[in-house]
Design a protein around this ligand. Structure first.
Ligand code: AMP
Length: 300
């Protein structure tokens, strides 16, 4: 694996790779890698000849008072996790290289960025869209992999690719969880053992939504009420939102049907956690759930 730390070198390697007729897949990350990230890398390896994993804690997607300064950074450990996967390139540029003095152009995402996570984190998705477009322009990959874990982000990138006519295939990969159901996240490292236990409320509320749907409940209001009840029973957690939405536009639904998405966000002290679950009949695989949700066009 080659470690590249400058934009210039990355662009030149991308050019060489394309000139050799090899396909390139990009997996954008902020480092502090875990099995969730590694599952994206494995998927990227299936899609293309050369995989680039970017490791960049993007300052423009953090708001004032958020965890930019304390976000876990450990490049050496990340590289050791990537080594056995035989990744082509780890791309870990410096902040001043990505955002040089005088940097002044941003991607302004639309209505999708204002909902849910965008309401709690103003400017977050503007920063995400900007850095993703920059990474796509630097690496010029044939495929780019994102996780369902950040469902709103994945949808936003889908819009970015379509709206700006980007020539890249978007691959969305299932959520990797701990054995007890907690979604793997770099931010789980912030949690004390008690907080870690309390954090299970996110997964349990999503499971409750699926259980109710399995039992034939279609009233989204009733299901959301039950999801909120799971959080109410856990005093360490402050719920940000628990919603059942149409996956195309993230608007709340009245009736739950297959392909609707339950999304939750909550804080434990200063740690913000998110998770989601695509409602589908029992036995539907994670990949099939993603396809079910994505099959709904943007107008749906
Ligand atoms: P991050 O480093 O948190 O920005 O995440 C980088 C990519 O990994 C994003 O596309 C995330 O959606 C994805 N990701 C994060 N956690 C998980 C997980 N538990 N399972 C699968 N993908 C994940």
């Amino acid at each position: 694996m080659r470690l590249i730390t400058t934009v210039r070198e990355m662009k030149s390697l991308a050019r060489e790779t394309h000139a050799q007729g090899k396909s390139l897949a990009l997996v954008p990350t902020m480092g502090a890698l875990h099995d969730g990230h590694l599952s994206l890398v494995r998927r990227a390896k299936r899609a293309c000849n050369v995989v680039v994993v970017s490791i960049f804690v993007n300052p423009t997607q953090f708001g004032p008072g958020e965890d930019l300064a304390r976000y876990p950074r450990n490049l050496e450990k990340d590289l050791s996790l990537l080594a056995p996967l035989e990744v082509g390139v780890a791309f870990a540029p410096g902040v001043a290289d990505v955002y040089p003095a005088g940097f002044d152009s941003f991607v302004e995402p639309g209505a999708l960025a204002a909902a849910l996570g965008g309401a709690s984190r103003p400017g977050h998705f503007r920063g995400v869209a900007t850095v993703v477009l920059k990474l796509l322009n630097i690496v010029r990959p044939d495929a780019v992999c994102f996780g369902q874990k950040d469902f709103q982000q994945a949808l936003l990138i889908r819009h970015l690719v379509e709206d700006l006519n980007l020539d890249v295939r978007l691959v969305i990969c299932p959520i990797v969880r701990e054995p007890d159901g907690l979604a793997k996240s770099s931010r789980n490292a912030y949690l004390s053992p008690q907080d870690r236990q309390a954090a299970l409320a996110l997964y349990h509320s999503l499971q409750r939504a699926q259980e109710l749907a399995d039992a034939g409940e279609t009233d989204a209001g009733k299901i959301v009420e039950e999801m909120k009840r799971v959080f109410a029973a856990e005093p360490r957690i402050a719920l940000d939102y628990a919603v059942l939405v149409n996956p195309a536009r993230l608007e709340p639904v009245e009736r739950v049907t297959a392909g609707c998405v339950a999304l939750v966000a909550a804080r434990i002290d200063a740690t913000r956690l998110i998770d989601n679950w695509i409602i589908a009949p029992p036995g539907t695989s994670d990949e099939a759930r993603i396809q079910l949700a994505l099959a709904r066009g943007r107008e749906a």
